[in-house]
Write a protein that binds this ligand. Sequence first.
Ligand SMILES: [Zn+2]
Length: 131
Amino acid sequence: MKPDYRTVLINPNYANYGCLSLLLILTVVVAIVGWDWVINGVLIFLAFLIIAPVLGALGFRWWLKANVMEDSCPVCDYTFAGFNDKECRCPNCGEILVARNGHFERFTPEGTIDVNAVDVSVKKINDDPDN
Ligand SMILES: [Zn+2]
């Protein structure tokens, strides 16, 4: 049996209270704040819907400029982008790098001593006993 409009309104088993509760909420809100602020609220909400994505896009661009940098890998010279003050891995050679002050540096774990190679000239010692 298909319920007609009156049984839907009267019988709670078929009732859909969404429309009634919206009407009740709207009546309470109008009674408390008045029609002016209901209309103002709708207009403010519409303005927020228009302004919020623009402000969000501008904020995201500012955040990207402040946190993303581009430099070349010190090992293989491959240029890529990374986050400031974060560890990353070179996508070309796989070297672990740290981005500091807009430049990538090789990551050295704590306790590692960085040593520069020194060219040592060889002095040939003559082992010949005749001289
Ligand atoms: Zn690399």
